[in-house]
Structure formats: C-alpha cells, structure tokens
Design a protein around this ligand. Structure first.
Ligand code: GDP
Length: 362
C-alpha cells in the first residue's frame, strides 16, 4: 500500500511498507499430548518401587477436587495402605520466624545421614490467602530440596483445614509406601492446624524462641500441652543466656501440666538451627521418645486412635457434604432459614423438618 507520507509535500521522508510478521505460534509444532494417567495398579507398582515422579503424580490426584481424580486417588491409597506405617512421623510447629525452615533443613540432613528417606509435608491453613507461599516455597530448605533422598511437598492449598489435613494424612500413606521412613509434617504455630498435625504424627516438636516475652501465654499453652518436645532455637551468640533462661521457664511450666497419656515427660532443649549447634541432642531426645513409647505400647495405641479418628472424620465430612450438596436440601434450607429468621419457626422444628426430609429421601 502506498503511504500518504510518501507524497511530494513530505519531502525527505520515506515510509517503507511493513514486512509480514511471523505467526506467534509455531505452526510446525505438534500439539503436545498429555501423558495418559497410568492405571491405579500401575501407579501403586511404581510407588512401591520408590518412583518419586509417580508419587508426586499420585499426591496431585489426592489434592485434586475433580471427582474422577479423587476416585483414582482413593484406589491408590487403599492399595498402598498395607505398605504404609513403617516410618517415624514427626510434627514440627512454631510461629513464623521461629526457624522452622532452617531447622528442618538441618534436622533433615541429620536424619538422612543414617540412610533412609525423608518426606517433608506441610499443613498451612492460610495458604488459600497466601497462595501457599508460607510453607510452599521449596527453596526455603536449600540443602534438603536438592537431596536425592528427600521429597518436599508444600501444603495442599484448597479447602478447609479439615480437608487440607486429610489430604496431608493421605499423602503420608503414599510416601510411606514409597519407602519414606521419616515424615516431617510442618505447620505454622498460630492456629488450629497444630491439632490437625497432632492427630497424624507420633512425635510433636514445638520450636520456640527465647525472649519474645509471651512464651507461656495464651494460645501456646494448648500447643505446649500437645508437645512431646520443646526446643528453643537461636541459642547462639549473645542469645545463649536468654535461651537457657527460657529453657528453665518452660521446664518449670511443664511440671504444672497434668502427666501425659504416653507417660513420657516432655523435654526442653536449646539449639541453633542456623549454626547447627545441639542438633544431635534434639535428635537423641526424639530417639529416646520412640524407644520409650514403643516399649510401653503407647506408639501402637496412638496410631490406632489416630486411625479411628480419621475414619470418623471422613464419615462426618462425607455425610455433611452429602447433605449440604443435595439440591433439594439447599432449596429447603434457604426457605426454612427465612422462616426461622422471621420468628415463624423455631430453630429446632426447622432443623427437624429438613432432617426428616433428608432421611426419608436418601
Ligand atoms: P520459619 O518462618 O519458622 O520457617 O523461620 P526461618 O527458618 O525462615 O527463619 C527465620 C529467620 O531466623 C531467618 O532469617 C533465619 O536465618 C533466622 N534463623 C533461623 N534459625 C536461626 C538460628 O539458629 N540462629 C539465628 N541467629 N538465626 C536463625
């Protein structure tokens, strides 16, 4: 096309025609096919051989909200169950900044020195908000993330705390079937996620800091009661004395708590994750715990209780979902709520009404 700027009045200016632009999509590229999913049986076979790629894939299915994926995941889990259980499950909690990532990195390397394999999982109920960044970033554990015997998986991000916890619990089964004999489950020590972690681990480690002034206050009391070991991090440099003081305070506070059901007296130690001081001592404590609870039968008992807890938890979730996802229930519920709000119906009559409907039609 002739450009108007090339007319004689615009002397000195020449505009050349453009050249055809290449397409932004390569026309020669073949559409990439997604690898078809192996059958549940094939997946299990590979998981049992320790194939981490398949393990990752199975965990993704566990985390999926697609009902087809869920069905496959359940089948894989069921087949893996007989091969699970042979591990030490250790929960690790502490407020953000307590040094969880730094510590897990060195604890992990310490554990792997004796051989075996380590899976680091996480429960982060806030990950919806932060898009999983708190516990999701692999690079937080620099050494472990490149270790061939470590498998790091960020927190499942979708759903309620209960849902996230259940997925982590199922992931433990898959990891154990794949031969991971050490499982760390990390959580941020700020809410109810500790209770969820506590319900799936054998040993619960609480990482604390000295000198924050709130060691023995508020919410942490509940967490302290769950802890099998309290470790005070950053006991290095001019912080050593403060760490020792905190240790003494925690020790005397623990004496005021009722005895634990395991019969184990929680220990309080100081260490430095960053400077790698006192790491072996922390691990010796954990070894002592496992010896103790395996000898007195508590280890097995607790695992059985946990299995029962997760069975009940699954029943409750399924029932609730089944009820609330029923289209007719949804409709009736909306109407009945209005009736209750307008004081035309009591809460109990309304609840009875809708439950009667549900039980009759289901
Ligand atoms: P997280 O939020 O609990 O995972 O904590 P991080 O592991 O990310 O640590 C928070 C900060 O504390 C980082 O700047 C670490 O370098 C620092 N830190 C962790 N462990 C130690 C330690 O043992 N001593 C000292 N002085 N600093 C530490």
């Amino acid at each position: 096309m002739e450009h108007p700027e090339n007319e004689s009045q615009y002397i000195g200016l020449t505009v050349n025609s453009g050249v055809a632009q290449p397409p932004s999509v390569n026309p020669y590229m073949k559409a990439r096919k997604r690898k078809p999913l192996p059958t549940p049986g094939e997946m299990v076979e590979r998981i049992l051989k320790g194939d981490v790629t398949t393990l990752s894939r199975a965990v993704t299915l566990v985390e999926s909200i697609n009902p087809d994926h869920e069905a496959i995941a359940q089948e894989v889990i069921e087949k893996c169950l007989p091969h699970s259980g042979n591990s030490r499950r250790i929960g690790i909690t502490g407020v953000p900044g307590a040094g969880k990532s730094t510590s897990i990195d060195v604890f992990g390397l310490h554990v792997l020195r004796d051989g075996g394999k380590l899976a680091v999982l996480a429960i982060d109920p806030s990950s919806e908000r932060t898009k999983g960044s708190i516990l999701g970033d692999k690079t937080r554990m620099e050494k472990l993330s490149v270790h061939p015997d470590a498998f790091i998986r960020p927190s499942p991000s979708a759903g309620s705390l209960g849902g996230v916890a259940r997925k982590t619990r199922e992931t433990i089964v898959l990891c154990e079937a794949a031969g991971f004999n050490n499982i760390f489950v990390e959580t941020v020590g700020v809410g109810q996620s500790e209770t969820a972690v506590h319900s799936m681990v054998d040993f619960f480690l609480l990482i604390q800091l000295a000198g924050t002034g709130d060691e023995l206050q508020g919410i942490k009391r509940g967490i302290m009661e769950m802890a099998d070991g309290i470790v005070i991090n950053k006991a290095d440099g001019d912080n050593i004395d403060r760490a020792r003081l905190a240790q003494a305070q925690f020790r005397s506070a623990l004496h005021l708590f009722p005895p634990t059901t395991s019969g184990w007296m929680p220990e309080v130690l100081t260490y430095s994750g960053y400077y790698e001081l006192g790491i072996a001592e922390v691990w010796e404590m954990i070894d002592r715990y496992f010896e103790f609870v395996k000898a007195n039968g508590y280890f097995e008992r607790k695992r059985q209780q946990q299995a029962r807890y997760w069975m009940q938890e699954t029943i409750q979730t399924r029932l609730l979902n089944n009820f609330y996802n029923d289209p007719e229930v949804k409709e009736r519920l909306a109407v009945l709520e209005q009736e209750v709000l307008a004081n035309r119906l009591s809460s109990f009559v309304a609840a009875g009404d809708i439950l009667d409907y549900y039980f009759k039609h289901k």
